[in-house]
Write a protein that binds this ligand. Structure first.
Ligand code: C2E
Ligand code: MG
Ligand code: MG
Ligand code: MG
Length: 283
């Protein structure tokens, strides 16, 4: 069986080489062009942060925002991070880009929280594994905080489960250091990764962000409902904050509130918007 599969793959491979190589070359050169442009984007201030509001489900209060990167490309317009973050990660460009995002987000949090009689809001910034791999992340975060005057409790860092599996690196030590400073850690896209649940207690995780794929089919899909209930119950029993991602309908929002999810983010409550528009939401 294995031999048959191997010879089939070989045969397919042989045919594919001739057929696909011009296409691969085209793909590779498009990639290279994107990489070159992305380098310029960093130098020429073409990156911007948009902010998506996050609400407390019980009180309805706006409690924070997630900073989401956009590339304001001179010809292509606003480019989605889904298109450029993977390239930024492969090339390592995510390291300066991520440092830039941390700085801008901290600066924004200071603006929001310094308004007279302002309720405290947090800003959440997404981190990539490459940023931990530099060994400079703690320093970069400290620099962003101190140069902007941002308090650590105004900053949340979003990481994904895959980062916790990486045994070689200093991830755990860095997260402990950051948590000790007063920065909070959120596990993004929770439930879609491959990490063991025991990681939740071995790392300083404060917040679980329930992935949109579980929220999407609420309230109709019973299995999604049971999964979300289980995640909420797990998080609550570990004293964690729960945020539902991708809330698009009133029914979803009501159901999530009823089962004890603390916070929600989604198109129903607010799309990611430029900083001035987010500030208008703060009132
Ligand atoms: P994420 O961190 O899970 O961010 C949530 C994504 O879901 C955002 O997409 C947001 O616009 C989208 N979203 C929010 N509410 C809804 C909803 O109700 N319905 C639907 N369909 N979508 C919703 P976006 O902005 O395109 O970002 C995609 C991903 O790119 C992010 O996923 C994150 O992994 C990555 N990313 C964005 N900014 C950064 C950054 O500064 N650094 C790093 N490392 N990654 C980033
Ligand atoms: Mg996120
Ligand atoms: Mg997410
Ligand atoms: Mg996501």
């Amino acid at each position: 069986h294995a031999d048959a599969a191997l010879s089939e793959a070989k045969a397919r491979g042989r045919n594919n080489v001739r057929f696909y190589s011009p296409q691969l070359t085209a793909q590779a050169s498009a990639r290279l062009a994107l990489e070159t442009e992305l380098r310029q984007a960093v130098d020429q201030d073409q990156l911007v942060l948009h902010f998506q509001p996050k609400f407390d489900l019980a009180s309805g209060d706006l409690v924070g925002a997630e900073a989401l990167m956009r590339w304001n490309h001179p010809a292509r317009g606003m480019v989605s991070p889904v298109q450029f973050i993977p390239v930024a990660e492969e090339t390592g460009l995510i390291v300066p880009m991520g440092a830039w995002a941390l700085h801008q987000a901290c600066r924004a949090a200071v603006t929001w929280n310094q308004r007279p009689a302002a309720r405290q809001v947090k800003v959440a910034v997404n981190l990539s594994a490459r940023q931990f791999a530099t060994g400079q992340l703690v320093e970069t975060v400290c620099e962003a905080l101190s140069s902007t005057g941002c308090l650590p409790q105004w900053l949340e860092l979003e990481i994904t489960e895959s980062l916790l599996i990486d045994k070689r690196s200093n991830v755990r030590e860095d997260l402990e250091t950051l948590a000790a400073l007063g920065v909070t850690i959120a596990l993004d896209d929770f439930g879609t990764g491959y990490s063991a649940l025991s990681y939740l207690t071995h790392f300083p995780v404060h917040t679980l962000k329930i992935d949109r794929s579980f929220v999407k089919d609420l309230p109709g899909d019973r299995q999604s409902g049971e999964l979300v209930k289980a995640i909420v119950s797990l998080g609550r029993s570990l004293n964690m904050e729960l945020v539902a991602e991708g809330v698009e309908t009133d029914e979803q929002s009501r159901l999530l509130a009823a089962i004890g999810c603390h916070m929600a983010q989604g198109f129903l409550l607010g799309r990611p918007v430029p900083q001035d528009q987010f500030e208008a939401l703060l009132g």
